[in-house]
Ligand binder design. Structure first.
Ligand code: UD1
Length: 414
């Protein structure tokens, strides 16, 4: 798929943010923990949701996706999600903890590397081992078994989002109490804990660096609405600032996008926050920035690429340091094709602001890199063509409709 963008239109109007992709995925997976019906509301129609629903169906659950509601019932019948599905999405690995808890055994392909680096799973495995799992590798698969899971202390060397989620789900139905120390603080962790608690779980401290999970025998059914997508909101915030536009972003929790707001303000953008909306007033000039990605509440790695596009036209030199992933500068090559002046070495990129980007043919290498190129295309003179734009559809619901609704000139070609 391709997107053709005619640049230089200033965004204007209002946009509604969808429910968080990174909340929805673990929450759908956590439905494996209950035999009763779970209903998840306001689910975005995006590729990653479709894939995780397929994984759950393959594991034997009944999954219906109607009118933005996902209704899940049944219990897992199978321990072995197929390689074909798992390789399409890394987050599929999250089924490991719940499957181990429910079935006592699981075999799943190693997720392997992806466009943003090797992304190991050692912390997931270490946590599940601490709860009593025996784990070994066999022909590229992780095989884990446990007659029962027992609560324990798990210290994470790095506050990994996925490892915190995987361990929290397994511990929710383990015997006894578990503590995850140096847990991830991301709002999506709190959302998952709230979801599990709405099923009768006993999780306290989510959103702090020590999470206490008292295992329960059984989790019940529930109906739950996850939080809005802070990265989608951040992407529209940058798009408005980058085009010198003026937009209101509805359905956002301002507290959860603080790091993005702070950096945009530092670059000169005016921002007004209300309870659940944010108004962005872009300026004609962009001040250069120092940005370093960090775990929450630091600046999110999932916004790094979009800021790189934005800072390509700043008045002076900016520095971006990627400290979360080891290889997340794939968009640099593409931005260079549009006339950006960027030097990336290791985990640091220096961006020398140029007066203007020019349209070019570029490739979306991953979800956020694709979003960054969309922003660059909207800033640029002339037409930008983004190939492999299906990456963007993995995580942004109706992005073309939402942006054209704000006045952007974008067309999609299959
Ligand atoms: C999640 C998000 C992703 C986001 C990332 C960081 C979802 C579906 N995805 O990914 O959008 O970019 O958080 O905010 O929620 N690590 C290890 N060993 C492990 C696990 C992770 O070394 O066992 C390392 C990773 O290689 C990486 C860092 O920890 O360098 C952060 O990864 P992690 O927080 O686990 O990210 P994900 O959960 O994969």
């Amino acid at each position: 798929m391709e997107l053709h963008i005619k640049g230089k239109a200033k965004l204007k109007g209002e946009v509604e943010i969808s429910t968080s992709k990174n909340s929805i995925l673990p929450i759908l997976v956590a439905s494996l923990l209950s035999d009763e019906e779970t209903i998840i509301n306001k689910v975005p129609i995006i590729k990653d949701v479709i894939i995780i629903n397929e994984v759950l169906k393959q594991l034997g659950l009944k999954v219906e996706f109607i009118n933005k509601q996902v209704i899940i019932s049944g219990s897992p019948q199978n321990n072995n999600p197929s390689y074909e599905l798992v390789r399409q999405m890394r987050a599929s690995f999250l089924v490991m903890g719940p499957l181990l808890a429910r079935r006592g055994k699981v075999r799943i392909s190693l997720p392997g590397g992806c466009a943003i680096g090797t992304r190991p799973i050692d912390l997931h495995l270490k946590g599940l081992q601490a709860l009593g799992a025996k784990i070994f590798l066999s022909s590229g698969d992780v095989v884990a078994s446990a007659r029962k899971l027992t609560g324990n202390h798990v210290y994470l060397d790095f506050p990994s989002v996925g490892a915190t989620e995987n361990i929290m789900m397994a511990a929710a139905v383990a015997e006894g109490t578990s503590y995850i120390e140096n847990a991830a603080l991301e709002p999506e962790i709190t959302d998952l804990a709230n979801f599990i608690n709405s099923m009768g779980g006993k999780i306290a401290g989510a959103g702090t660096n020590v999470i206490r999970i008292r295992g329960v025998k059984k989790l019940l059914g529930t109906s739950y609405t996850p939080i809005p997508d802070r990265i989608e909101a951040g992407t529209y915030m940058v798009a408005a600032a980058a085009t010198g536009g003026e937009i209101t972003i509805n359905n956002v929790i301002p507290e959860q996008v603080k790091a993005i707001t702070a950096k945009l303000q530092e670059s000169g953008t005016q921002i007004h926050e209300n309870d659940n909306n944010i108004k962005i007033i872009g300026q004609d000039t962009i001040k250069p920035l120092y940005v370093k990605t960090l775990p929450y509440p630091g600046f999110p790695t999932d916004m790094q690429a979009q800021f790189m596009s934005y800072l390509s036209c700043a008045e002076g030199s900016s520095v971006i340091t990627e400290s979360v992933f080891e290889n997340r500068f794939m968009h640099v090559q593409e931005l260079l094709r549009m006339g950006a002046k960027i030097k990336a070495e290791g985990r640091t990129a220096v961006i020398k602001g140029c007066s203007e980007l020019t349209g070019a043919r570029v490739k979306a290498t991953d979800l956020r890199a694709g979003a960054a190129l969309l922003i660059a295309g909207m800033m640029a003179r002339g037409t930008t063509v983004i190939t492999e734009s299906e990456h963007i559809d993995r995580g942004y619901e109706n992005i073309v409709q939402k942006l054209t609704g704000l006045g952007a000139k974008i067309q999609k070609y299959n």
